[in-house]
Design a protein around this ligand. Structure first.
Ligand SMILES: Cc1ncc(COP(=O)(O)O)c(C=O)c1O
Length: 259
């Protein structure tokens, strides 16, 4: 029987071009980017090149790109890292009721530690209403997290406007753009975001690799503790192969945008 795969919102097949570059990386770039010898430095070079490709695609600086294990980790980091860093400033977070479980369950977890979460409703089109957001903002609000595009309905949220409101109020703004990358233009400055989550496997890249964009100057707590990787913010030996695969998938997006 012929198998037809249509569930591209759940994941996309890894593109051959991505798989090919990953396969060659397995044998040629096995070094640890934290090692100071030539083989390590070569691997580090590939990681830094990938960081630049992804940064360039979303209008960020390479130093604002942190590699993670996927969208779930980036979302967890944004929510918990902000909460731990700003708990003395305030303990109120605003999100929406249609976020991915990586956001919703991170928020529920924080409720056990005295944080209060407002889960904004959405209108009949699945869109967050700006008037509801404005009503929800409090003196002690430290974070707003609203996804760029929904993974089930495809609704695109008014991110730029939400970001402007957050900026005016001095509240950090995170957006889960895992499902949006490749479908809508992503530019961190135009979107007014402080943090953004991305994932490789929704754009014909590998699974288990993601990115957290963290705006320069924004201080949140690291999520993984250990080595000094990722500017001391996300410990763990780099997943060089998947990082290269993710960057290759982003290169494909860029090429398609030009067509
Ligand atoms: C909107 C959204 N956020 C986060 C995730 C989680 O990303 P990952 O599978 O890379 O952990 C997904 C994946 O389905 C998603 O659709």
């Amino acid at each position: 029987m012929r198998e037809v795969y249509l569930d591209y919102a759940a994941t996309t097949p890894t593109e051959k071009r991505v798989a090919d570059i990953m396969n060659s990386t397995y044998s040629q770039s096995y070094g640890n980017p934290s090692s100071i010898h030539a083989i390590g430095r070569r691997a580090k070079g590939y990681v830094e090149e990938a960081r630049e490709i992804i940064a360039d695609y979303i209008g960020a600086d390479a130093k604002e790109i942190y590699f993670t294990s996927g969208g779930t980790e980036s979302d967890n980091w944004a929510i918990k890292g902000t909460a731990f860093a700003l708990k003395d400033k305030g303990r109120h977070i605003i999100t929406s009721c249609i976020e991915h479980h990586a956001i919703l369950h991170s928020c529920e977890f924080l409720e056990n530690f005295g944080f209060e979460i407002t889960y904004l409703p959405v209108d009949e089109y699945g869109s967050v209403e700006i008037s509801e957001l404005k009503k929800a903002i409090r003196e002690d609000t430290i974070l707003i997290s609203i996804m760029t595009a929904n993974n089930e309905m495809g609704t695109i949220q008014p991110i730029k406007e939400i970001g402007e409101i957050a900026k005016k109020k001095g509240i950090l703004f995170h957006s889960d753009a895992v499902q949006a990358l490749g479908s809508v233009p992503i530019n961190v400055n135009e979107m007014n975001v402080d943090m953004l989550s991305l994932s490789g496997h929704k754009i014909y890249g590998p699974k288990g690799i993601g990115v957290m964009y963290l705006r320069k100057g924004v201080k949140i707590e690291p999520f993984m503790h250990g080595g000094a990787q990722e500017f001391r913010q996300r410990a763990g030996t780099h997943n060089v192969t998947d990082i290269i695969g993710f960057a290759e998938a982003v290169k494909m997006l860029k090429e398609n945008d030009k067509k």
